[in-house]
Design a protein. Structure first.
Length: 245
């Protein structure tokens, strides 16, 4: 109190730390109820036992909301991400969380024994608690407003979103592997890192292009495709948060 320091709300979830700097923060369980352990959706991945094998930070000239929109659909994947689309064709997707602060669902891998890497194979053994169906999928979720979590059969990718100003965002990516896999002889995260680094950079160009277009005095929003339902769900939640504030 002597130095006029303020308290910050803090919550831990499977080894991740969430911080809320609001004066009257919404409790973690209310802000992100879909992460509640009773839901059982994320329990199959040993998140607390994972370690970051690599981290990359990007500074991009685009508003933070555009990254949520970009991540929330694969309508753009055949043209923008041919390698990604070959591993998980964009129509091999479904959503199991369609409203609220956490949105997303699985995409089915073309090779059920593979993963999202430059060679299409896994970098590590699949997580032990995953069932056969999970081993052939990647689960993608947005966590409003912090970032994204991408649950692969052999690793977990986290994008952390930090708005820098109205037209600039920092995105920090961590590639998490099980500590035992990282200690094994011959382990390399490089195929996963290079695959997503290339995909990220393709997406950043799209986001920067969208930002440039939105700066035009002639810009008006258009309708969403039926394949962009998650974008509309994000918009609805964002507006609910604004109205609540």
């Amino acid at each position: 109190s002597r130095w006029n320091l303020k308290r910050a709300a803090l919550a831990q979830w499977h080894g991740f730390v969430f911080v809320n700097l609001a004066e009257n923060p919404v409790p973690f369980a209310d802000a992100l109820p879909q992460l509640d352990a009773r839901e059982g959706k994320f329990e199959r991945w040993p998140l607390a036992e994972l370690r970051s094998a690599h981290q990359t930070a990007y500074n991009i000239d685009a508003n933070w909301k555009l990254f949520f929109h970009n991540y929330s659909e694969c309508y753009h994947c055949p043209g923008a991400h041919p390698q990604l689309n070959s591993l998980t064709p964009f129509r091999n997707s479904e959503n199991d969380l369609e409203e609220g602060a956490v949105l997303g669902g699985p995409m089915t891998l073309s090779n059920p024994q593979g993963s999202m890497t430059t060679h299409g194979e896994r970098c590590a053994p699949p997580f032990a608690a995953l069932n056969e169906a999970d081993r052939g999928r990647v689960y993608y979720y947005t966590l409003f407003p912090s970032g994204f979590i991408s649950l692969h059969p052999d690793y977990v990718l986290v994008h952390r979103i930090e708005p820098l100003d109205i037209g600039r965002t920092r995105v920090t990516c961590d590639w998490y592997f099980h500590r035992d896999a990282m200690a094994a002889s011959g382990f390399s995260a490089k195929p996963a890192v290079e695959f997503w680094d290339n995909t990220n950079r393709q997406d950043w160009l799209l986001c920067e292009g969208a930002q440039a277009g939105m700066r035009s005095a002639a810009w008006e929003p258009g309708p969403y495709s039926e394949l962009e339902s998650q974008l509309a769900a994000f918009d609805r939640h964002y507006l609910r948060v604004l109205q609540g504030a």
